[in-house]
Ligand binder design. Sequence first.
Ligand code: GAL
Length: 733
Amino acid sequence: MVTKRFLAAVLMVLPFLLSAQELTVNEARFCKGDDPVWSAFAYDDHAWLKVSFDQPWEELGLDQVNGLGWYRLHMVIPSSLKKGKVSAILLDLGAIDDSDETWVNGHSVGKTGTFPEDPGGYSSEWGKRRYYVVDPGWVRWDQENVIAVRVYNYGDPGGFYRGPIRIIKPSLKDFATLSLVAEAGGYKAVLATSVKTAGPLQITVEDVLTGARESSKTQKVNLAAWKEKQLSCPLAPQKRLKVTYADPRFEEVLEAEVCAPYILTPPAPATPRYNGPLVFGVRPGSPVIFRLAFSGDKPMEYAVEGLPEGVILDPEKGVLSGSCAVAGDYPLVFVARNAKGETRAEFTLKVGDQIALTPPMGWNSWNCWALSVSQEKVMASAAALINRGLADYGYAYMNIDDAWEADERTPDGRIQANEKFPDMKGLGDWLHANGLKFGIYSSPGDHTCGGYLGSLDHERLDAEVWNSWGVDYLKYDWCGYSKVFEAGRDKSEAAYIRPYLKMQQFLREQPRDIFYSLCQYGWGRVWEWGAFIDANSWRTSHDINDTWESLYVTGFERQPGLHPYAGPGHWNDPDMLIVGKVGWSSSLRDSRLTPDEQYTHISLWSLLAANMLIGCDIAQIDDFTFNLLCNNEVNAVNQDILGHQAHQDVVEDGMQIWSRDLYDGSYAVGIFNLNEASVPVRLDGALAKIGLGADSVRDLWRQKEIPAGAEYVIPPHGVLYVKVRPSGQADSR
Ligand code: GAL
């Protein structure tokens, strides 16, 4: 029990201390007995026994084993151990058998365990590590100091014998942590410390939208070593909670903050508003499947001016179907009408060789249901895509990931769906009738990552089967192909390309457009050849999950430098979205990203011209997630027809600036704060770093103009995402 406690204590503190600057002391003077004057700085101890800290006092040739003894340690404490004006030092005396009280230059700095004369008598704390904080005012900087330690021992062994003691230049963070832990109705502030500490714990609640302070209270904390202070902090939607703790002996303050989900984007107007892409590419003769993406009150009626021959509109659903045999650019005007008014939007249908002129938007089953996906679940999300209005923002692909495949092919080799998908063709037809597109998954290996049948040696037949179901998107996942790759001698770039090229030929033989999504985690520098084999996107990194670490690595570490490879028809794919209810199983949870991290995620994917494939159960989408996914201005950057992916322009002090130019002459700029604390940013200063000047800019999340000459506080892991029209340019809005 005691040993466990000791270990726990050591483990808890060690990580804090590794970076600290320190002084070690190996020797002291020792005397058995007890006299209060031995604590004084000036006491003359030169006749005491010289001892080192590797022997219990039984080994010092002393007859008496139990009882009291004193250690006096002399040392010069350099002022280099001072941090700033006010800074304590931390004594790490290690563990002492059994109880001790310690003085520095005559000032008592701590006591662990109790002595026989104490109320309740003696109690041992032999296994506990001693950390004592020493007030800077008690230290004789750059001169001799005396640490006096009164020790009571009972039984073998006694005193100091576990190696040198340390004097550490600490920061508050070396021995205390402040965190916010979710609990019902809000959060619990937890201050944990390995030393005695006292100071104010401040709790502030701010409105997220206005930044106004709504309440602030301070509690005086007085904590003994190894204790915790917990305080419940209720948190309402749209509020940010900040807690700070200051021990006046240290300059730095401990801080933690969280915010409740907050919606920045104003609701869409009731009148029709077009939110979809401005172009759509289809090959001559291929089915046109396109849903007009208008938000606004329903019912809505649709009309399209300029439709080429063969393309027809369902005026109630706003769905284009049919096909166009003749290549060319067809300028169309979409018209949407509801009880509140009418809106017209210009659009170009590009009938030609290139598809995927803007990054694909839609859904994929993996991040929510993983192997538990079923036709029913896909249908529920597809229906919600329409009913909850996400289809009004351009989300159109409904992609089934792994686990749809039956265990065996038919005797003539045709791949079949398993019992969870009773009617693939029916599913495809339903999606198409609603202007949605149908996606599927396979592997160039004989098996997929989830252990289902892959397409190896059946590529042509599989492409034909998918065509017969109406498949519009194939995610082709390397995974099971590793076996083939490892077995072969060829490890050149060509060996990476070969399986993908093979399937590409069979997809192109089908009489429909099939978006070709390569999934091989960025191996073989896929971005350099993906476009040449006619792929429409390629994964640039390993699987993402809903943690900040994963988002950070995937978004901020793997994507820099890839911008030259993206463009209309071929996109870098940093993996599917991790907002909303996800879980990679049949049981789902809310994304573990904080609300600020979710804003960062969607802003970055918008800047990266990334595939926008929702990874959550759409049937369970909440208002916050809807707001993240359905901000028409944020999505317009993602769908910008230039297709210029953002580049990372500035990396400085935990801040990053990414920007991309847009077809209307403006720039989208994301200023990301990757630090653990809020950072105030003067916007014009940040823009100047990337050569942009502007008096006012558009805040894309809030959808309003904001002055550039002001300071904005960017929360930890959060973003300020703006659209900048450089000075001198007329505003076309
Ligand atoms: C992984 C892939 C995931 C998912 C999974 C299915 O290789 O990266 O996105 O498709 O396989 O088993």
